[in-house]
Design a binder for this molecule. Structure first.
Ligand SMILES: [Zn+2]
Length: 293
């Protein structure tokens, strides 16, 4: 008797504790793309990129890209960092249903923090017009909002993105609070300057009861290429040299302090450690059971 095949299954919700906080990572979507070259390694020879992928046992002309919003339950607040693709992409905007599967309701969310205004990070704000997240204020970097609003430091390739910002973010401006690096969202959650991937791209240090984890958002967009050769230019980075500087500064800090990192585009559950190598690069070490204790 033939046994029917039932299709691929992929983990999509992960939860752990960090001090007194409970943190959930949710896979909003997963796509396969052509590349990583020339999206990654724009300033080097294609063969160098292929060689690095081969060394890491990865396909040379295809890669997989996940989108991972996170929820931080502090006990007083439920904070959603980056609400995913939303309705911009029917296949990938899975946040709402997975949020419910994880045991929360969208109305439990008290704050939505936007790290930056690229489509895969602001698309989910469109749910607000449909009545979702009605109890949440929106927190966004002041520099990030100003740049998209005025067009300052927004490259030509992001023209459609700017129009999307105007459509999605401007009408929500009266619900927004604007934050600067080193300011707190709530006690223990502090904005960190990660400018470069976008003009005001922000990361967040999350600390509770002497334990720390770092939401790096899009400092890295590929777990091998961005980590091992942080100097390579990435098409997705709006200000290339500044993005390289921020990437190296933050990865260096995480490696030195041995602080675990959550990366929006790292392989699910998108949590891991950063190890510094001798050649100026880094290595992504996905978590196993370190956070179980
Ligand atoms: Zn992104």
């Amino acid at each position: 008797m033939a046994i029917a095949k039932t299709g691929k299954i992929y983990p999509e919700i992960f939860r752990f504790t960090m001090g007194d906080f409970e943190i959930t990572t949710i896979l909003d979507g997963l796509i396969q793309r052509d590349g990583p070259y020339p999206i990654f390694g724009q300033n080097v020879n294609e063969n160098e990129v292929h060689r690095l992928l081969k060394e890491n046992l990865l396909p040379e002309r295809q890669f997989e890209h996940g989108f991972t919003p996170i929820l931080v339950n502090t006990g007083n607040d439920l904070i959603l960092f980056d609400p995913g693709n939303g309705k911009l992409n029917e296949k990938h905007g899975r946040l709402i249903s997975l949020l419910e599967s994880s045991g929360y309701n969208h109305n439990d969310v008290t704050k939505i923090v936007i790290t930056h205004c690229h489509p895969d990070h602001i698309g989910g704000l469109m749910y607000i017009n449909d009545g979702y997240f009605s109890n949440a204020t929106i927190i966004i970097g002041a520099t990030e909002f100003d740049c998209w609003n005025t067009g300052k430091n927004i490259p030509e390739q992001r023209k459609a993105n700017k129009e999307l910002f105007e459509k999605i973010c401007i009408p929500l401006a009266d619900k927004m609070e604007f934050i600067k690096p080193d300011q707190e969202v709530v006690t223990g959650i502090t904005a960190v300057n990660g400018f470069g991937h976008s003009p005001g791209h922000m990361c967040y240090n999350i600390e509770s009861n002497n334990k720390t984890i770092f939401f790096a958002a899009d400092i890295t967009n590929h777990y091998v290429v961005s980590m091992q050769v942080p100097d390579w230019h990435v098409m997705f980075d709006d200000i290339k040299d500044l993005a390289v500087d921020s990437r190296k500064r933050i990865l260096g800090m995480l490696a030195k302090e041995k602080i675990p990192m959550i990366g929006y585009h790292m392989p699910f559950p998108a949590v891991g450690y950063v190890e510094e190598k001798n050649d100026g690069g880094f290595k992504w070490l996905p978590i196993s059971y370190q956070l179980s204790f």
